[in-house]
Design a protein around this ligand. Structure first.
Ligand code: SF4
Length: 692
């Protein structure tokens, strides 16, 4: 039997062809006929089988009993969770319970459709998610400029002549905030048709190695380079917004704002020569079709919001927004944007301890530990985590781990007993990947082509198990105190309605029949009709962002710390994604990937040898890991992967425990944020390195 489905492990939405014999998976291949991925897969796809068969995967609820765990019934688990949450809220108020949603939540149809109702049923303002560790600045800039936080510009990679990538490594990620399977061929095709791919990164990444040109940049300095690129474009009179000028406000103000940022002024702080900056600006502005794309490296820094504003501005000023070959907007078959309108989404309340503003109903996760551990009215006493491992994935994981120990109640909706869920009192494990039907609600809205695809479940859930939507709906039903027996509603009913009333009015039964997916064509110009701003105009000069530029001006004057003289950045490997995938043996074998990259000159200055064990320290802590000396690093910058740190004795991750590595988030600093958006500034962490 052959089963076709979409891989939901990352954003690329690759089509899979899975061969089964006697109910066992024999092979997982790329589906050559998939309308979007055209046969491409990465090594992670086979992890779907590993996860499904993983003996460490939890299938029944667990309750902590001292230092061990006991299986309990779903009824007992649900009753205990809801009773304890209600008791805590009755004693300390609604905000005493917090919810953290991890990255896999967004890759799961049932969670996507039901977790916000669960968050509402909790009636708490203490909502946190992985969004504030890597992508909040995208949403912030889109909200202020285009009127909707999900109206994200997507590079039209298949038609562009010039792709300028800031802080992104799509060859490892297969695109992020840009679903693009088979990205290697697509980038090569740009070069084969005479175009250029240029990367800006403190590391010569896998993508940089294949690019037409790569420029090292000092971590956190992208904002200055972007300002200077715009300055050159205006001063050389290369600005040509074209039809965008008819519905864009602020072009002249932006020109005046960037005027002081000449290439000569920012050369020192960025590490690029003035000539290189000027040449880059001219090449970008004179390319027939160009697109500037920024990802994790520019989101996870002190000026993430400013960076994404200026990236959008660069595309607008050169006439490359909403144009073929530029940054475009999708027309997804289910229009998730239509469900929520624009309007005020920022600073409606603040975190209790540090007074950090909310955005989109969430507080920055960098504030979570202090909200749990700081006594006083409004202190968080209970935490529910949903598909997340914040101890390894959020800044200063050590502090958060200590805070979790002090909770009155922790509930983890998770398939693994991991570094975070080990602190839970109760774990509720939902059915997993291949047991679920799937439709990518979010990533069809972020894809480089308009496509639609439904994947049926391959296997039934284990006997007595619950789907994630059943867990969220039942918890919500009980929390709301609704009368009568609980009956779960499958997400497919809402899916059918979404398709029927979407822009293509697709019939769900017809969509189901198209096992290779439906290609709905290339991205089309959508503006101004698609704008969510009240006046249907692009805001190129948003007040909040303009005011925030003062911070960047101030930082130009600041010097580095002698105690921590080097800058730390993260990296991702093609076989890494979320921390739980470290429990798939075939993704982990081979040489140790959790190493610290350092430039040869820095290693020589510090007297360090390749493969030596080194100690890396920051304001918040120290870790030990092997050194890898490579000229791919910019001098003064070191780099390590995220998602490691599997050394805790009582987690049930047999494979991951063999590859413990060290957690980058035992170094990252919860006090270092993009102060405007609240995103963690992982790329602005200063460290020292010594032999150990
Ligand atoms: S690139 Fe992403 S979607 Fe494609 S096979 Fe790999 S993990 Fe799955």
């Amino acid at each position: 039997m052959t089963h076709h489905r979409t891989c939901n492990l990352c954003e690329a939405m690759c089509g899979l062809e899975i061969e089964l014999q006697d109910g066992q998976i024999q092979t997982i291949r790329g589906d050559q006929n998939d309308s979007f991925s055209r046969g491409h897969i990465c090594p992670k796809a086979v992890a779907l089988k590993d996860i499904y068969e993983d003996p460490n995967r939890l299938k029944t609820p667990l309750r902590r009993k001292g230092k061990t765990w006991e299986p309990i019934s779903w009824e007992a688990a649900m009753e205990e969770v809801v009773t304890k949450i209600q008791a805590i809220q009755a004693q300390y108020g609604s905000n005493a319970v917090a919810l953290y949603q991890g990255n896999p939540s967004i890759h799961n149809l049932g969670t996507m459709m039901n977790s916000s109702a669960f968050a509402k049923a909790l009636k708490t303002k203490n909502l946190y998610s992985a969004t504030s560790v890597d992508q909040l600045p995208h949403h912030f800039a889109s909200w202020l400029m285009f009127g909707h936080p999900l109206l994200i510009p997507i590079p039209d990679i298949d038609r562009t002549d010039f792709m300028l990538i800031f802080g992104g490594n799509p060859l490892a990620s297969n695109g992020s905030m840009m679903s693009v399977p088979d990205v290697a061929h697509r980038l090569r095709a740009i070069q084969e048709r005479g175009g250029q791919v240029v990367t800006i990164d403190p590391r010569r990444s896998e993508t940089a190695a294949k690019a037409s040109a790569h420029h090292f940049i000092k971590p956190g300095a992208d904002v200055y380079l972007l300002l200077a690129l715009l300055q050159v474009i205006f001063s050389e009179k290369l600005d040509k917004p074209g039809r965008l000028a008819d519905f864009t406000d602020g072009l002249e103000q932006l020109q005046a704002l960037v005027a002081p940022f000449s290439p000569e002024r920012v050369s020192g702080v960025t590490g690029l020569s003035a000539v290189a900056i000027r040449d880059l600006a001219m090449a970008f502005a004179t390319a027939e079709k160009a697109v500037c794309y920024g990802r994790v490296g520019v989101s996870t820094q002190s000026f993430g919001g400013l960076c994404h504003w200026l990236i959008n501005a660069l595309n607008i000023v050169t006439g490359n927004l909403d144009q073929a070959g530029g940054a475009m907007f999708t027309t997804p078959a289910i229009d998730i944007l239509a469900a929520s309108k624009g309007g005020q989404r920022f600073d409606r309340w603040r975190s209790r301890v540090r007074q950090l503003p909310e955005f989109l109903g969430e507080l920055p996760v960098a504030a979570l530990a202090e909200e749990i551990s700081t006594p006083g009215e409004g202190q968080i006493r209970a935490l529910v985590t949903s598909c997340g491992n914040p101890v390894l994935s959020t800044p200063n994981g050590t502090k958060l781990e200590k805070a979790l120990e002090g909770l009155d109640l922790m509930v983890a909706i998770d398939i693994y007993l991991n570094e975070s869920s080990r602190h839970a009192d109760i774990i509720l494990p939902p059915a997993t990947g291949l047991e679920n039907p799937h439709y990518d609600l979010t990533f069809h809205a972020l894809a480089v082509r308009n496509t639609a695809k439904y994947s049926p479940a391959l296997f039934p859930k284990a006997e007595g198990a619950k789907y994630d939507y059943e867990i969220y709906q039942e918890l919500s039903h009980r929390l709301r105190g609704e009368p009568g027996p609980f009956v779960a509603e499958s997400p497919e009913q809402k899916l059918a309605l979404g398709l029927q009333f979407g822009p293509y009015q697709l019939d769900f039964e017809e969509v189901k029949k198209q096992k290779h997916g439906i290609d709905l064509g290339p991205l089309e110009p959508r503006f101004p009709a698609r704008l969510f701003t009240e006046d249907k105009r692009i805001q190129l000069y948003p007040d909040l962002l303009v005011k925030d530029l003062a911070r960047a001006e101030q930082a130009l004057q600041e010097s580095t710390s002698p105690t921590f003289p080097m800058q730390l950045i993260g990296r991702r490997h093609l076989r890494d994604n979320n921390s739980w995938m470290h429990n798939a043996q075939r993704l982990m074998r081979g040489r140790d990937r959790c190493t610290l990259y350092m430039h040869p000159d820095d290693a020589e200055n510090l007297g360090l040898k390749d493969q030596a064990q080194v100690k890396v320290s920051s304001r918040v802590g120290s870790i030990h890991l092997p050194l890898e000396i490579t000229a791919d690093m910019m001098p003064g910058v070191v780099c390590m992967p995220h998602g490691y740190g599997h050394h805790r004795a009582d987690i049930r991750l047999d494979v991951a425990s063999q590859y413990p590595g060290a957690s980058i988030n035992d170094l990252t600093d919860e006090t270092v944020l993009d102060e405007l958006t609240g995103n963690a500034a992982f790329s602005n962490v200063w460290v020292s390195v010594e032999g150990s």
